[in-house]
Design a protein around this ligand. Structure first.
Ligand code: SF4
Length: 373
């Protein structure tokens, strides 16, 4: 039996969904209720919830002891569906799943097991406490739970890093040993997928909801304007950081790139505004180029998270993968000391080029050193 707070924290749980349906059987009911709710609080809180997601802030659980607290999440979803913008939906799914991930770590194991058994039909076994773990085979001792591999595969392929690939995991009798933090992340990601895959047919809305929709649409437009990629022209190749320049040149010269380098280059170029066709065109010269495969890979990188695409790795990750020529001592650029991500390098250098800023002495005056080589 879940507490009221738990029902509010996990809107995907079967109990929470039943509770919501008891209050509002369908969208029509929901709209009628929130139109008349005391001092417009459901719409106000739903609007706050969407704003928090849009600003990538933490989503707070509203627990005011009023029955309609249970309708806030649904109303927030309704607002986002009405706006119908994929990026906004992505922001919402991301923020909602982050909140779930954070809250799960405060719950008892028995609660989490029951929650996901009833919500997703996942059957997880916790391995047990420290003393018992010591009696288990060595390979199991650093894990907390066993998960059927088919449940693991429902979500894990969405994560990019190697530890999520089934080939890199122990699998014994169809079960994958996992750590608690991984387990919470899988649950949160599953919730994210549910949001991204769901859709609501939204009928005409009353005044208070329409007002909330307009407020959020206006904020969304401002945010998207700020984050629009810099338009790509051949001139902007000069703004590439040394790492991307090296990969770009190697690709054009027909050299084979490692998987990590290919991923980095493709995700970087897509993020700065190149089209998918332009990106896979760059890989054409590679001896191992297979058109269908390259198209598939570029499409996959571009379509991650409802069209936002993968973000290229940070400088630290690049250094760990031996892909940073400045770290390896084969290239030098003073800007690298002041950034921690190749995209930040690009944005700053593209700005310098557009303003014809020749001297880099302003870095030391206006920027904080973030790395040293
Ligand atoms: S410091 Fe960062 S941006 Fe500069 S070359 Fe290395 S990985 Fe690229």
């Amino acid at each position: 039996m879940s507490t009221r707070l738990q029902l509010l924290r996990y809107p995907f749980s079967s109990e929470s969904r039943q509770n919501t349906q008891r209050l509002a059987r369908d969208i029509g009911d929901l709209i009628t209720i929130v139109e008349d709710a005391d001092d417009n609080y459901v719409v106000r809180e739903a609007e706050n919830r969407v704003f928090a997601a849009l600003e990538q802030k933490e989503i707070a659980t509203v627990n005011s002891n009023r029955d309609y607290d249970f309708l806030i999440y649904q109303t927030a979803r309704l607002i986002v569906e009405k706006i119908g913008d994929n990026r906004l939906k992505q922001y919402q799914a991301e923020a909602e799943s982050k909140a779930v991930n954070k809250n799960l770590s405060k719950e008892r194991d028995e609660f989490v097991i029951d929650l996901i058994h009833r919500a997703f039909q996942w059957d997880i076994d916790f391995i047990g406490q420290k003393g018992y773990k010591a009696s288990l085979p060595h390979y199991l001792q650093s894990f907390d739970a066993l998960m059927p591999f088919e449940n693991f595969l429902e979500v894990a392929p969405r994560f990019h890093s190697d530890e999520w690939k089934l080939v890199n995991r122990y699998v014994e009798s169809g079960l994958v040993p996992i750590r608690k933090s991984e387990f919470y992340r899988l649950i949160a990601e599953k919730f994210k997928v549910l949001i991204l895959q769901s859709s609501i047919q939204v009928p005409p809305l009353p005044k208070n909801l329409t007002h909330a929709v307009q407020q959020i649409e206006s904020e969304l437009r401002t945010k998207l304007k700020k984050t629009e990629p810099i338009k790509f022209t051949m001139k902007t190749v000069n703004a590439f950081p040394p790492c991307i320049s090296a990969m770009h040149e190697s690709a054009l010269q027909g050299k084979n790139l490692s998987h990590e380098a290919r991923f980095t280059l493709a995700s970087f170029l897509l993020k700065i505004g190149m089209t998918q066709d332009e990106v896979f065109g760059i890989f054409k010269a590679a001896p191992d180029f297979v058109r269908g495969l390259a198209e598939y890979q570029v499409r996959h990188i571009a379509s991650k998270s409802g069209g936002e695409g993968y973000t290229p790795p940070s400088c630290r990750k690049m250094q760990g993968n031996s892909l940073c020529p400045v770290y390896l001592g084969t290239a030098i650029d003073p800007l690298c000391e002041y950034i921690v991500h190749p995209l930040s390098f690009y944005q700053t250098r593209a700005w310098e080029i557009s303003k014809n800023v020749q001297s880099h002495s302003w870095y030391a005056q206006k920027m904080t050193k973030r790395q040293s080589f």
